[in-house]
Design a binder for this molecule. Structure first.
Ligand SMILES: [Zn+2]
Length: 63
């Protein structure tokens, strides 16, 4: 499926594909510390390119 982020169509950085499968992945504590973020039970939006398998990650900011 096509994904749009920040008003722009998501394009795979590797192969340029525009078809993705969406999912979510929990962000563990180490990763959160690395990002210097407080909230511990956040999950990231992940999109897997159906052409090459590259995973694009997006952090869901609350605003
Ligand atoms: Zn790709």
């Amino acid at each position: 499926m096509k994904i749009e982020k920040a008003g722009k169509e998501l394009t795979c950085a590797h192969c340029g594909g525009k078809d993705f499968e969406g999912g979510t992945a929990l962000l563990n504590t180490a990763w959160m510390s690395f990002l210097n973020l407080d909230c511990l039970d956040k999950s990231a939006d992940t999109y897997v390119c159906t052409k090459c398998g590259r995973i694009e990650w997006f952090y869901p900011f609350d605003d």
